[in-house]
Design a protein around this ligand. Structure first.
Ligand SMILES: Nc1ncnc2c1ncn2[C@@H]1O[C@H](COP(=O)(O)OP(=O)(O)OP(=O)(O)O)[C@@H](O)[C@H]1O
Ligand SMILES: [Mg+2]
Length: 449
């Protein structure tokens, strides 16, 4: 930090204020410890004096500085996990607590940039910080939250028409691998009417990050986005930190009065990173090896989105459904926390139906507040028709259904192609709300009341 140079001779007392702030910003006590053990991913040290979640730096004898995060304590010693490769670490290395490091520099210059889990740009010069936002702060209390009443138009017909999403709502996108989760969130980040999109790519493959930025998001989407990246090869503690960096940035823009779209791809990989940390720190594994701290982390992350008096953070959280098992522990936990879920189906994807949204299994818990009476009515008719078709699907495909025996099913079969055309959409072809509602009404008009 540069020493302030402003001296105002007319008002000597006032001109000392910057110097006083400068001196006050320093902690004169530096807490230091030494490395005593390293097992797997876990560094044990006697000291420094630090709290859980605090950051520290380890100064190796070879001159490297390794950043680490405190994850626990054992027999009076501090347990920490490195945020970067721990090569060169040796016994007796100094560990210094950095209590001020749990912040991220933020400012309008973040828009259009790609940053890593430390908050450092990966694509060019440093960001000019307007302020420093804390990574860890408790989610706002229930009474600080405003009602969710305004829809956030995503540009995706199936969502805006049948699963409307509100400003400040939190929705999970659930699907197996390769069914189009990333493509869908990319399209939403590009097309939605949110002022800013903050996209956290946690545990993705290296190859996919560039593809996502250049193809899914594109130059136009990138202009109003901030992308936070921690790929699968980065240490677990950094992958979790990246998620908090994205939350802090989203909160910064929200405090400026913006409607922010926060996208986290994927929550499953975040949970896996926390499991890695928990197991290394000696937590007992429970369901599928996930440790209790994973289930504590998930609501902490998801609850930081919401509608507030200043602005809103609408959250889209992708959940990788392993082996297409929708009852696995992370799916269950996330579904219970959020205000809606969109289920992507492998069957639809395999048939070339994109976005592969399984409408009948998906729910927006705020639909009754966000949709107009006409939209609710149209949506009910379409859901009924889709359900009737699904029930009789086997018979229809076998040719065992005799047309005329069920008039409702007949109408559903006749309207099937129109419904599918409404639900299918190219990811480069946004649809505005007026057009979506008009098309929804036209499809519903062919169905019985
Ligand atoms: N709207 C779409 N239109 C056409 N093809 C699509 C669409 N969405 C997805 N796909 C196809 O599905 C493939 C996988 O999509 P995507 O990478 O988005 O899946 P994913 O669920 O994020 O996968 P992973 O679990 O590996 O992260 C894409 O390469 C593309 O071929
Ligand atoms: Mg993906």
């Amino acid at each position: 930090m540069a020493l302030p140079t402003v001296l105002n001779h007319a008002e000597p007392r006032a001109s000392l204020a910057p110097f006083r702030d400068f001196v006050n910003s320093f902690d004169p006590v530096v807490s230091c410890g030494t490395v005593t053990e390293l097992i797997g991913l876990l560094i044990e040290s006697s000291g420094p004096s630090a709290a859980i979640g605090d950051f520290c730096t380890i100064h190796t004898q070879g001159g490297r500085v390794i950043r680490a995060q405190v994850v626990g304590f054992r027999n009076g010693n501090v347990l920490s996990m490195p945020l970067e490769e721990a090569d060169g670490l040796s016994l007796g290395d100094a560990v210094i607590a950095r209590p001020g490091a749990a912040t991220v520099p933020v400012g309008p210059g973040l828009l259009g940039r790609v940053i890593d889990g430390f908050g450092v740009p990966m694509d060019g010069p440093p960001i000019e910080a307007a302020e420093f936002c804390p990574l860890y702060r408790p989610p706002e209390g229930p009474l600080q939250r405003a009602h969710i009443e305004q829809p956030l138009v995503t540009g995706i017909r199936a969502i805006d028409g049948l699963l409307p999403c509100g400003k400040g709502q939190r929705i999970g996108i659930f699907g197996g691998s390769g069914v189009g989760k990333s493509t869908l969130i990319g399209a939403m980040a590009r097309q939605s009417e949110a002022d800013v999109s903050v996209i956290a790519l946690i545990g993705e493959r290296n190859r996919e990050v560039r593809g996502f930025i250049e193809h899914e998001l594109g130059a136009e989407g990138m202009k109003k986005s901030v992308v936070v990246v921690a790929t699968s090869d980065r240490p677990a503690a950094l992958r979790v930190r990246a998620c908090f960096v994205a939350l802090a940035i989203a909160e910064y823009f929200r405090d400026q009065g913006k409607n922010v779209l926060l996208v986290m791809d994927s929550v499953t990989r975040l949970a896996m990173a926390q499991r890695e940390i928990g197991l290394a720190a000696g937590e007992p594994p429970s369901q599928k090896g996930y440790t209790p701290s994973v289930f504590q982390l998930l609501p902490k992350v998801c609850e930081r989105a919401g509608n507030f008096n200043k602005g809103s953070i609408t959250g889209f959280f992708t959940v990788l459904v392993e082996g297409d098992d929708f009852n696995e522990p992370i799916c269950d936990a996330v579904r219970a926390i959020l205000d809606g879920h969109i289920i992507l189906s492998r069957e639809l994807g395999a048939a070339g139906h994109f976005p592969a949204i399984q409408i009948l299994d998906s729910v927006s818990r705020l639909q009754s507040k966000l949709a107009t009476p006409a939209q609710k009515e149209h949506s009910r008719k379409i859901r009924e028709a889709l359900a009737a078709y699904r029930q009789a699907q086997d018979l229809i495909q076998l040719g065992a259904y005799a047309s005329g025996s069920n008039p409702r099913l007949d109408a559903s079969i006749r309207a099937r192609e129109d419904m599918m055309r409404f639900l299918r959409q190219d990811s480069n072809e946004p649809s505005n709300l007026a057009h979506t509602l008009d098309a929804l009404g036209k499809v519903a008009a062919t169905l019985p009341a």
